[in-house]
Design a protein around this ligand. Structure first.
Ligand code: ADP
Ligand code: ZN
Ligand code: ZN
Length: 812
């Protein structure tokens, strides 16, 4: 019987904490326990058990939450690797790996009752509370709460608590008097978010008959491809019991699905086509790797429209048929309901889909389904890489270059890299797929860490679009005016509209105009929390910060000097839409950016409208570039192709190349060949030139040379060390301390740049200074970072204000 255990807690401290085990169920390694920590109770993961009582004074475990591990040996090992590689506290890593917090954090809400209303009413009639023994202060607070609740439906407990005086005692006292009721909101919210779907199930046995009503229902179902919302089915005029009868006879099955995944666009079923030879050989190679049962990596470099998705799904289906598990990672925005519908068609009930719109509760339910082995195919965004599948055979990372795979909070892991490590630990295959692989992955492939598979042609011999570069400097000279939409782009759009084809125009900047400038004093209008210009949003009539969300009224006068000469400069997607509307008043124009797309439903609605040709012209930010397969789009225009090239970030060229290639890939996916018009002020920049020529290899060679000269990844390991505080003095002091420390411990083979103000020197009220560290040896780099953290802890620099970002994607 173990006497004590070490527990990793989700706090910004590196070490595990020892607790004494008391009677009752013993904890297990990889399981959760509830323990006291500082003034709170906290759940953590048991990482070790000891036969002896702790030598130092230790508190007792409050309760054991799991009798079997929630993190198996492999996931524990993976967690340790992440903690080590990204220098993150182990407990915080485990918290990221387990979506189970909802099991403890019940959402409680309160609602006023009729008695409560009566009490409030009586209190309104003067002096009636005189008989009470409560203090006047308590009464005042009770009535204040009643007053607040009387105007509302259900209010969450935290909300009431944050108002100040609503203590637990006060709330439970009021509940005892039946003035308010307590409700579990997590349940309620859950119920509203699923829909019941009727699915055509078995076939009628010989000799059995159906009555007319039953036949009508089955015909309706069949006409809807065998799946229809129960609610829709209820509109058919038959008795309500008919459906129940069909369910009892096992002809129809009722399944529950998350509500937002129900809208399914009409799309062909996957695989009702012959694989191309290139697809087939990629599939064979992946399958051979899976069968071999040892680690192997593949970089699947397939141009846009080459049919990568079909290869993924076929490989996963084969894994499922052999009784093993697979995980498919997709970028944040890639999981549309249409994709989910496809997945259900291929994998049925065996698939668990983990997307960002799930509530905590739903996420926990999916986790348990996977843990129990009910779902052996997992599809999800970043954190799905931690899905607790057993007998993992294959992990696929779609659009592996996508930046949403990097978590921008502790632990700052990159899911693609974690996928590779997990595959190694599981002796599984890992497939990284993209039309524009990251420099890192392509470099690894050239170093033979992965096999390189290429899909060089689009399916059905469709050509890649022709790209025409428009030099906007020349456009300016010839028209004598700064243009947003060049004459050529306008003409090409007009031709498409006349022919009844569709077009997309990309401008990777939302809002109406990005800068407000005073012509008198030359100052711009900045965010109050960030060193960032506020963007004008015309329709919403406000100025907004795109980094912290702060908003301010639209200025009539300069806030610095009072002058009236305030000018709105530059163009965002909202203004572009307005300009296009002026040029093509007859066209139906849609816009897709974070202002028009608030959730996945908006996203899907716009895509559907595009599919159904209810939109002729779609304007938008990078959102329009991602993976959509709309056959009617024959023209893509790019306005301001070079915005990213101006950023002080070594990945600027790579990002520009990827964005241009991806958006160009949206054109000509149907029978009519596509065209791209690319407007730029840097027509000679290699990122623009190689994208226009669809030349990934050319871009890669040139970019790799630059990275090698500058000692940037993938030629060198890199980490960003950022200090932040709302007091400038703190940041300056810490910068000085760490700067001197780096100097005194100067290590061979490590370059330390800084301290320097970060490119965004103030963000969300914090001042920011940073160091950039580069080294050909990752081991040396991480050792130095570890020593630096220990020194910083000694100097009492708070761990939460000192960010270590290993393999940072953004140096901003
Ligand atoms: P990618 O992800 O490589 O850009 P997709 O996987 O989205 O490409 O495939 C593009 C389109 O081609 C999809 O509509 C898909 O159904 C279709 N497709 C895939 N493979 C084939 C094939 N062998 N023959 C015909 N159509 C195919
Ligand atoms: Zn001014
Ligand atoms: Zn801001």
């Amino acid at each position: 019987m173990p006497e004590s255990c070490d527990v990793a807690l989700p706090v910004p401290l590196e070490s595990a904490f020892t607790y004494r085990i008391v009677n009752g169920e013993p904890p297990v390694v990889g399981g959760r326990v509830l323990v006291p920590f500082r003034q709170q109770r906290m759940s953590g993961i048991v990482v070790d058990l000891h036969e002896r009582a702790p030598k130092v004074p230790a508190k007792n475990v409050i309760s054991v939450l799991d009798s079997t591990p929630v993190l198996n040996q492999q996931l524990l090992k993976l967690g340790r690797w992440i903690a080590d590689y990204y220098l993150a506290p182990l407990g915080e890593v485990f918290r990221s790996m387990l979506p189970l917090s909802a099991e403890f954090k019940k959402a409680i809400g309160y609602r006023i009752t009729d008695e409560g209303r009566m009490a409030l009413h009586r209190a309104g009639m003067a002096g009636s509370s005189a008989r009470s023994r409560r203090t006047p202060q308590e009464q005042l607070e009770e009535f204040r709460l009643l007053d607040y609740l009387a105007e509302r439906d259900v209010v969450r407990e935290e909300r009431l608590r944050s108002m100040g005086h609503a203590s637990k005692a006060l709330l439970s006292g009021m509940a005892r008097k039946k003035w308010i009721t307590r409700e579990d909101l997590s349940q309620a919210r859950n119920a509203a978010r699923t829909v019941k779907i009727a699915v055509l199930a078995g076939t009628l046995e010989d000799g059995k008959r159906l009555n007319d009503n039953q036949r009508t229902l089955l015909d309706t179902l069949a006409a809807a491809d065998g799946r229809i919302a129960v609610q829709t089915l209820r509109e058919v005029e038959v008795p309500r019991t008919t459906l129940d009868t069909l369910v009892r006879r096992k002809l129809v099955e009722i399944v529950e699905e998350p509500a937002d995944f129900h809208v399914s666009a009409v799309k062909p079923r996957p695989f009702d086509f012959q694989f191309t030879p290139a697809q087939q050989s990629a599939l064979n190679c992946i399958q051979d790797g899976v069968t071999a049962g040892k680690f192997g990596g593949v970089l699947l470099h397939g141009i846009t429209g080459s049919g990568k998705t079909a290869v993924y799904l076929a490989a996963m289906r084969a894994v499922l048929e052999s009784g093993r598990s697979s995980i498919l990672l997709v970028p944040e925005i890639g999981l549309t309901p249409a994709v989910a519908a496809d997945l259900h068609q291929v994998f049925g009930e065996e698939v668990a889909i983990l997307h960002s719109a799930l509530s905590d509760q739903e996420r926990a339910e999916q986790w348990h389904r996977i843990h129990r082995g009910e779902a052996r195919v997992v599809v999800g965004t970043r954190s799905a890489v931690f899905a607790p599948v057993s007998d993992l055979a294959l992990i696929i990372v779609d659009e592996e270059h996508d930046s949403s795979y990097k978590q921008e909070e502790t632990p700052r892991y990159h899911a693609r890299d974690v996928a590779v490590v997990r595959a190694k630990m599981a002796n599984a295959m890992v497939v990284l797929g993209s039309a524009t692989p990251s420099l890192e992955s392509y470099f690894n492939a050239t170093q033979h860490k992965y096999a390189l598979l290429e899909l060089r042609d689009r399916v059905e011999q469709r050509p890649l679009p022709e790209v025409e570069i428009i030099d906007m400097r020349q456009e300016f000279q010839e028209t004598g005016q700064e243009q947003v939409i060049s004459r050529k782009l306008a003409q090409e759009i007009k031709e498409r509209l006349d022919r009844g084809e569709q077009a997309m125009v990309l401008l990777n900047r939302r809002g109406y105009s990005p800068v407000v400038l005073c012509r008198s004093c030359g100052k711009t209008l900045e965010c109050k929390n960030c060193a960032i210009a506020l963007t004008h949003h015309k329709r919403a009539r406000k100025m907004e910060c795109h980094y912290c969300g702060y908003s301010a009224p639209v200025p009539q006068h300069c806030i610095h000097c009072g002058s009236e000469y305030v000018y709105f400069l530059g163009t965002g997607s909202e203004k572009l839409e307005e300009l296009l509307d002026g040029l093509f008043p007859q066209a139906r124009i849609g816009r897709m950016d974070r202002d028009t797309v608030r959730g996945r439903q908006d996203f899907e609605r716009i895509l559907c409208a595009l599919h159904e040709r209810k939109i002729d012209l779609l304007v938008g930010t990078q959102m329009i570039a991602k993976g959509h397969d709309i056959h009617g789009v024959t023209l893509v225009g790019v306005v301001g192709a070079d915005i990213a090239l101006g950023m002080p970030d070594f990945r600027a060229a790579e990002r520009t190349f990827q964005l241009l290639t991806q958006v160009a890939g949206r054109a000509g996916r149907g029978y009519v060949p596509g065209k791209v018009v690319l407007q730029t002020y840097f027509p000679d920049h290699y990122a623009v030139q190689y994208a226009a020529q669809h030349d990934f290899a050319g871009f890669y060679d040139k970019e790799l040379r630059f990275r090698s000269w500058m000692h940037y990844p993938p030629c060198s390991a890199l980490a960003n060390v950022l200090m932040r505080s709302n007091k400038l003095d703190d940041v300056l002091q810490w910068s000085g301390l760490l700067g001197r420390w780096f100097e005194s411990t100067r290590q061979e083979g490590i370059r330390v740049l800084g301290p320097a103000p970060a490119p965004i020197v103030r963000l969300k009220e914090d001042y920011r200074y940073h160091f950039v560290l580069k080294s050909p040896s990752r081991e040396k780099l991480n050792n130095l970072l570890r020593a630096m953290l220990a020194y910083a802890a000694g100097e009492k620099i708070p761990r939460t204000q000192l960010i270590v970002d290993v393999d940072a994607l953004w140096l901003m």
